[in-house]
Design a protein around this ligand. Structure first.
Ligand code: AQP
Length: 335
């Protein structure tokens, strides 16, 4: 069976972007004919500073988000990355396969490091190499991600191909496919439609958190930046209107309608009508998930148990593949 791998960083609470671009898709794929492996990628989170206690809390919160949204530990493997050391080990091999020039082309590093590249962690720079290890350690064939991660999955393909080629191990690492589907693969910041909605964005008003209550959700959509024009009659009318397009995409992502159907339903509607409808829809869809998340977060032992058992299952797949990679590399192994 084809195998899916994907992950989310515990670098803060989950956003609507993580939900529509990733978790909701993960749940869909769990229901299809795939073996599904999902990971709370804590090793990735520390590429920028994380307070240790907050990291532990966020790890449980992201795990709770997966579970509350419908990831079932009896159908999917769910674990946190640092409990399976093979990720860090394979990443080192890949650091020696990937080229500096490849990393220099990664737009996410440029976005995240900004003008401060010299002061960024070396880990942030090497992040795509660890991500390649995450995916290839399971010989994953499908990687559901938001638009922002497409370039990293493409780099993963390059690393797999170069490893196979350099060590004459044709076909050892597969070529994984990025799966970028649905109407909301890039949810934008509510205050600036040219920026992505992020967990770690400066202002809380720019994102919807999965744990926001109904009042907060309504307030955030009400204050979301838009242009003054009503919604257009056709999809083309959203061109060059990033904020309007974003709210339509979010509505589509939450409702299960296509963007086109949303435009047809709300053709000519003003924001005074569309925004409250969007807020109601978001509350309807997110409230049951956030209630289940808070219930789960009161039972830390249960979350920790699920992640531990998931790590055992993950390791059972990953370790033989790492061992094989070590043999291919020529490492002497006498115990
Ligand atoms: N705005 C978004 N729209 C659609 N998909 C998104 N994803 C993230 N933001 C959006 C997808 O969520 C998955 C997990 O992402 P991540 O946590 O590993 O890293 P990220 O993309 O860097 O997410 P954030 O929220 O922006 O975190 P911070 O602020 O800490 O860097 C990925 O599949 C991603 O595409």
């Amino acid at each position: 069976t084809p195998r899916v791998f994907s992950g989310i960083k515990p670098s803060g609470g989950l956003t609507l972007g993580n939900y529509l671009g990733a978790i909701k898709r993960f749940v869909d794929m769990q229901a299809q004919d795939f073996e599904t492996v999902y990971c709370v990628v804590d090793l990735h989170a520390i590429t920028v500073w994380q307070d240790p206690k907050e990291l532990t809390d966020a790890t449980r919160e992201v795990a709770a988000g997966f579970l509350a949204a419908g990831i079932d530990p009896s159908q999917s493997i769910l674990f946190n990355q640092s409990q399976v050391p093979a990720h860090a080990e394979l990443a080192w091999l890949f650091n020696c396969v990937a080229r500096v020039g490849w990393m220099n082309r990664m737009t996410q590093f440029k976005d995240k490091a900004g003008k401060n590249a010299e002061q960024s962690s070396l880990g942030l720079y090497a992040y795509p190499s660890l991500m390649a290890a995450d995916i290839l350690l399971y010989h994953a064939t499908h990687v559901p991600v938001g638009e922002d991660q497409k370039q990293h999955v493409e780099l993963t393909r390059d690393i797999a191909a170069k490893f196979n080629h350099d060590f004459k191990a044709e076909g050892f690492f597969p070529q994984p496919e990025p799966i970028i589907e649905g109407p909301a693969t890039r949810v934008m910041n509510l205050r600036d439609g040219t920026k992505k909605m992020s967990k770690s964005g400066e202002s809380d008003m720019e994102r919807i958190n999965m744990t926001d209550d109904a009042d907060k959700i309504a307030k955030k959509f009400k204050k979301a930046k838009t242009d003054p024009e009503p919604l257009p009659e056709t999809l083309e009318g959203l061109k060059d209107r990033p904020e309007a397009k974003n709210l339509v995409d979010i509505y589509a992502g939450l409702s299960g309608l296509t963007n086109e159907q949303v435009i047809t339903e709300y053709a000519g509607a003003g924001w005074g009508r569309f925004k409250p409808a969007l807020a109601d829809l978001a509350v309807e869809k997110l409230a049951p998930i956030s209630e289940e998340m808070s219930r789960l977060m009161n039972d830390k032992a249960e979350i920790d148990r699920i992640l531990g058992e998931g790590a055992d299952k993950a390791e059972a797949i990953a370790q033989p593949i790492l061992d094989r990679a070590y043999d291919i590399t020529g490492f002497l192994r006498s115990r």
